[in-house]
Ligand binder design. Sequence first.
Ligand code: ADP
Ligand code: MG
Length: 444
Amino acid sequence: MQFKELGLDNRLLKNLDHFAFKKATDIQRQAIPVALANKDLLASSKTGSGKTLAFVLPMLHKALKSKAFSARDPRGVILAPTRELAKQVYGELRAMLGGLSYTATLIVGGENFNDQVKALRKYPRFIVATPGRLADHLDHRSLYLDGLDTLVLDEADRMLDLGFVKELHSIHKAANHRRRQTLMFSATLDHAEVNDIAMQMLEDPKRIAVGAANQQHTDIDQRFYLCDHLDHKQALLDRILDDADYRQVMIFTATRSDTERLTELLNQRKLKAVALSGELSQSQRNAIMSQFERAVHKILVTTDIASRGIDIPNVSHVINFDMPKHTEEYVHRVGRTGRAGNRGEALSLVGPKDWASFKRIETYLQQDIQFDTLEGLKGKFKGIKPRKPKFAGKPNKGKAAQKAQPKKVARKPVKRDKSFYQHVAVGDNVFVPKKRPQSDDSAD
Ligand code: ADP
Ligand code: MG
C-alpha cells in the first residue's frame, strides 16, 4: 500500500518523498487510519518496522487539518525513554516538518534547564522529550499542556521499567482533557503494567499488534554460544569479530564498568570501539552517538541504555556479551539490527551467570534454542540443570532422607515404683509424670 492511499495531507506526502520509501509498512498501514480517525491507540510491531512514522504522520496531519486550541501550548508531545531515542525521533520529526511553518524542540535530561525554558517560551508546536525532564518543566510552569492534541508514548513499557510512572501520570494530568488523543507504541507491550497505565491514560483504545512480540524476527539470524568464564567470552568475542564480515557492531554488556573494560581491550586490538553508558555527561553521550552514527567508530559497547529504538542502518551485528536481565530487552537489543527489511546477525554469549536470564528468554521466545560452537573454542559449561524441588512427590526413601527425618517414637512415661514418691518432699524439683489423655501423633 502506498502512503498516498492513507489519506495523508499532501504536504506530508511531499516530505515523505525525501525518504524514498515506496510503500507503507504493515504497522503504518494499520495504525495511521485508526489514528487519523482520532482513536487512542495501543500498537505493537517488531523492531525496525517503522513505528516512528506511524505516529509522527497522523500527529502532523491532525495539526495541519485542525485549528490550535491555544497559541501557547504544544499541539503534540512525543515521549521516549532515553535521551538518545528522543533525539533520533526528533530528527525524524524535523525531517517531516520540512516546508511547514511548525516549530519543534527537544527537551531531555542532561541539557541546560534554562536554555530549555527559553526554548519553551517560544511556544514550539511540537516537543519530543524524556518524561523526567518534561515533568520538571511542568512543575516549573515553563510549559502547559492544556491545548495538547496528541500525546505519544514511544517504548511505553521501557518508560515504566525505568520508573517513570509518576512522571507519566503528571504529564497525563496536565493534559487531561477529552480532546487529547494518546498513542502508545512499542515492540513489547505485553506487560501487566502497560495495561494498567493504558487503562488510565488511554480512552477506549484500539489495539493493534502486527505479529507477537516473541515471534521470531525473520530478518535477524540469532545464534547462541555457551561460555565457561570471562576469558572464554573474550576469546569467543575476538573470534566472532575476526570472522564476521561486519559493517558496524553493537555489543551489550551487563554493567557500565564492563563497557569500559571491554572497549579498552578492543581498542588494544585496534578495532575502533567506543563505550556509551549512562554515567557520561550528555555532551559526551551526544559526541559518542554522533561518531558511531557517522561510522567513525565501528563498534559501540553499551548497556541497555541503547537497547531501545536506536536506528542505525549500518549495524549489521548485535552481540550480547552478557544476557539482559529483562526478557524484553533481548528482543530490543537484537532489534538494533535487521531493520527496515535489511538482514542482521545477533550473537549471544551465555555463561553460568547468564543461565537464568537465558532460560527466561528461551521460555519467552517459545523456542528450544540450540547452541553453536566455534572451532577450538568449545567450553565445558553445558548449562545448569534445574534442581529437583525438595519434598515434592512421594517421600524419599533414600538413606539420607531417613537421616534427615528421624522416626518419631512416642515418649513413654518413666515408671517408678510407688516407694519413690513417698520420699519426695513438697518443693523438691522432681519430674512427676502426669497421665495424659490419648492424643493423635501429629499433635506432638
Ligand atoms: P521501529 O520504531 O518500529 O523500531 P523505526 O521507526 O525506527 O522502527 O524505523 C526503522 C527504519 O525503517 C528507519 O530507518 C526508517 O526510516 C525506516 N522506514 C520507516 N518507514 C519505512 C517504510 N515505509 N519503508 C521503508 N523503510 C521505512
Ligand atoms: Mg521505535
